[in-house]
Design a binder for this molecule. Structure first.
Ligand code: CAA
Length: 260
């Protein structure tokens, strides 16, 4: 499928999705959000894709937020609908049955940071800047940022970031637990690809079920989470990947997983 604002390249089970509207620092307008929704839906149903990397075009920005020029004249109703549309995309990413890695190559602000937070984890270039400038525009984060950031790093640091509208650098974002690792700009994509390759080389059903257990378990009591984990753990014993993984170990050979 062709997109006006996205570039998608897939090889060896890894798809790289690049938000490509550098004139606005890859800002998310309604059209870009619509394309993201279709693209993630397609990537999820494509069995040849085992992991996805999300990044931004150009060397300046990952995504500089929702499109301020488009939002400027919105009514309350339109603002609500726009927020719901952005949230739908973020939820779709969170519910992907395969891992999604954010490679944050520059500014990740507002909706851009929300896009990164919807991914399973974030690698950031050492020149990345992250933040929620919404309050400087008289609004607040609206694509899941208040919920995802507070759940990820706790309310106190989330409050500071969101209430001040200030940006933080990649090192601080890493120290706060928003970013897994800070990487030299020229090595960012290689690092993301290397990790994606490690993930696609193992039993991808196990990865998918683990993602499901972690994400859903966080919304349960620990006891319910344990029960949920046990059910998914049990189901994996009905898969070819479990048979193959364990017999390969016993036979001292490399497993040939099929994701079935
Ligand atoms: N929306 C629309 N256009 C944007 C944009 C955005 N979020 N961010 C940047 N642009 C545009 C600029 O208007 C500019 O366009 P023109 O050349 O036509 O003037 C172009 O991209 C380049 O930007 P700058 O000239 O501003 O570049 P800079 O290097 O001087 O500054 C920046 C970079 C600090 C990221 C600055 O562009 C900026 O502050 N952008 C806005 C960031 C922001 O507030 N994001 C949050 C949006 S609200 C939101 O996301 C709500 C939500 O939660 C859903």
């Amino acid at each position: 499928m062709d997109y006006k604002n996205l570039i998608i390249e897939a090889a060896n089970g890894i798809a790289v999705l690049t938000v490509n509207s550098p004139k606005t620092l890859n800002a998310l307008n309604g059209e870009v959000l619509g394309e993201l929704e279709s693209a993630f839906y397609e990537l999820n149903r494509n069995d040849a894709v085992k992991a996805v990397i999300v990044t931004g075009a150009g060397d300046k920005a990952f995504v500089a937020g929702a499109d301020i020029k488009e939002m400027a004249s919105m009514s309350a109703y339109e603002g609500h609908q726009f927020g719901l549309k952005g949230q739908r995309v973020m939820m779709l990413i969170e519910k992907m049955t395969k891992p999604v890695i954010a490679a944050v190559n520059g500014y990740a602000l507002g909706g851009g940071l929300e896009l990164a937070l919807a991914c399973d984890f974030i690698y950031a270039s050492s020149k990345a800047k992250l933040g929620f400038p919404e309050v400087t525009l008289g609004i607040m984060p609206g694509f899941g940022g208040t919920q995802n950031l507070a759940r990820l790093i706790g309310p106190n640091r989330a409050n500071e970031l969101i209430f001040t509208g200030r940006m933080i650098d990649a090192e601080k974002a890493c120290a706060w637990g928003i970013v897994n690792e800070v990487i030299a700009p020229e090595e960012l994509m290689a690092k993301a690809r290397d990790t994606a390759a490690a993930i696609t080389g193992v039993g991808t059903l196990g990865v998918s079920y683990a993602k499901n257990a972690i994400a859903n378990g966080l919304n349960m009591t620990k006891e319910d989470g344990f029960r949920y984990e046990a059910s998914l753990f049990g189901v994996l014993f009905a898969t070819k990947d479990q048979k193959e993984g364990m017999s390969a170990f016993v036979d001292k050979r490399k497993a040939a997983f099929t994701g079935k």
